[in-house]
Design a protein around this ligand. Sequence first.
Ligand code: KG4
Ligand code: ZN
Length: 340
Amino acid sequence: MGEFRWVLGIESSCDETAVAILEDGKTLAADLVASQISLHQAYGGVVPEIASRRHMETVSLLTEQALTAAGLRPADLDGVAVAKGPGLVGALLVGLNFAKGLAYRLGLPFLGVNHMEGHIYANWLGGEDIPFPLLGLIVSGGHTALLLLEGHGRYRLLGQTRDDAAGEAYDKVARAMGLGYPGGPLIDQLAVTGDASAWPLPQPRLRDDPWGFSFSGLKSAALRLMEQAAARGEAIPPADLAAAFQKAVVDNLTAKTLAAAAAYRVDRILLAGGVAANLGLRERLGEACGARGLELYAPAPRYCTDNAAMIACAGYHRLRAGQRDGWDLNADPALGMVDM
Ligand code: KG4
Ligand code: ZN
């Protein structure tokens, strides 16, 4: 039973309001996610004003429900952690201000967590001992990056995307295909039945930046293929296009990750972020790691996409290390990958 036995985590950076209570940094006593996806679907993407308003309507009730689910009173909590950025500023502020108010009222240690660090810490849920150093591949809707994880809270950014993030490219291609939002899981499902070699797409190439990523060219190539087919009065079978796009993304992510692991002599890979839920990526990277004797860590798919358990987990590790934030902490919509 540690000093931070019960940590409450709050996440509101995009289109999910989430509250979790984590016991001793590893056991989930409550884990609630109120998805807003159906609210935004009609617009084909997240509408920031609608997101903020729904967070406001939801966060307090969800916190009460989390306490009830955990069988705790507010006074039982030992700390409060909240996502402080990156994300939509209005959405972030709702969670941040609520968390501040709660921590202030209860006199609890309070900490803002980088949402991307939260994604990384989804790997520690469940209490597995994961030794450092690790090569981190972080793939979400807003970020794609390779990091060298040297210890708790010690990250070196090796490279990141120059343009679209992997998840963003998935969402844009899915939107052009008329599949809906969010597109990543829909393309992932469709790809299973498609033929990736029927309409091959080019591998993204980046000169002079071995650990950088670029997905906008690949996205444009997919859209061009569709337009050219339409101009001929044809349609590319959606499953084939999904499979071709997924193969190009997954091959690129896998090749860069393995090359970076070899260059930095790291034999453990850590996968995180919404796109880490992708079945094709998990399978391909799993095989490639297996063939080279590398250990692969990935959160359960449900903890790859946005949730509050990961925020509570990252918060737990930092609170335990003595870190605190003041009541003047502000949301930072553009917080960088290694600005923790
Ligand atoms: O990490 P996340 O929940 O939010 C951000 O921090 O951005 O990531 C959301 C992104 C979306 O672009 C979504 O389409 C993508 O993750 N995603 C997937 C899958 N599940 C979610 N992309 C590919 N395959 C999936 N199965
Ligand atoms: Zn996220």
